[in-house]
Write a protein that binds this ligand. Sequence first.
Ligand SMILES: Cc1cc2nc3c(=O)[nH]c(=O)nc-3n(C[C@H](O)[C@H](O)[C@H](O)COP(=O)(O)O)c2cc1C
Length: 312
Amino acid sequence: MSKDARPRMAVNLGGIEMRNPVNTASGTFGNGEQFEGFYDVGSTLGAITCKGVSAEPWEGNPVPRLAELGGSAILNSVGLQNPGVPGFVKHYGSYLQGLRQKGCAVICQVAGHSLEEYARAMELFEELAPFASGFEINISCPNIAAGGAAMGATPEAAAAVMRTVRPLTTRPIVVKMAPHDVAEIGRALEAEGADALSLINTIPGMSIDVRTRRSRVCRPTAGVSGPAIHAVAVRMVWECAKAVKVPICGIGGIACGEDAAEMILAGATAVSVGTANLVDPLCAARVVEELEQWACDQGVADINELIGAFEC
Ligand SMILES: Cc1cc2nc3c(=O)[nH]c(=O)nc-3n(C[C@H](O)[C@H](O)[C@H](O)COP(=O)(O)O)c2cc1C
């Protein structure tokens, strides 16, 4: 292909049609509206993934919730503050419907502390959110009955969440995985009917203020994200992609087109920009342009030709 011809950028994330591979990571992009002052979200991005939402409102954790870690990472302990599905739909439904009309996919994220809570949130979304192109199930939420371990920390536990939500919608389901054994858990989720997987969620970490001897955030441990976790995320996407057939959305420390391209070469069909949105609100739009330029420079007619094209 001539270097001047523009490659086809559209991808399909397990039934979610995206005009380009660029998505936003849950919790780092508001629900899109907050970024409209910077660019036209609906006519630029392939998809947005909304903040995790539960059936009932959750208050989230006390402040401080965020700490910067030396410029290459942040630590967060937001605790999934959200207004509940009905409140979310009331506030954002018409905006998100508008994004769909402009050709941007809308992925609604489902949260719960128990199988019953996931089921209830999924039922409410199914009833109240016709604008959702598909759903992302956050299996990193703490399981109250298991003393706070993540709901999807083991293949069995992850499969149980998937078995609960799968019968409740015919729309595509993406499962957002924590940085555990992504190959084994990915296989279990695929066997239960997940249409796609997204990874990784934040990596547990700690940061101590040595003057006060206290954590820099409200809890002793919290989630690390940003450029510092990118190499770990690329490795996990590669391991997961070798283990499953369903498409993957690569997440972790993406701040430029080259970071996104690495994820695609490792086996991701789509990518999500996360913490970088908080540093540069134009980042996801820039990644769209830089990724297209990279595909062009690679001389391919279609970006899909580059998925998993990493050569060992
Ligand atoms: C402030 C903040 C809030 C987040 N909220 C959510 C959330 O609601 N659901 C979720 O699955 N992940 C959440 N995440 C994790 C991100 O979606 C993403 O998986 C993680 O930050 C790694 O990507 P990054 O390094 O590009 O930020 C949050 C991350 C941050 C920094």
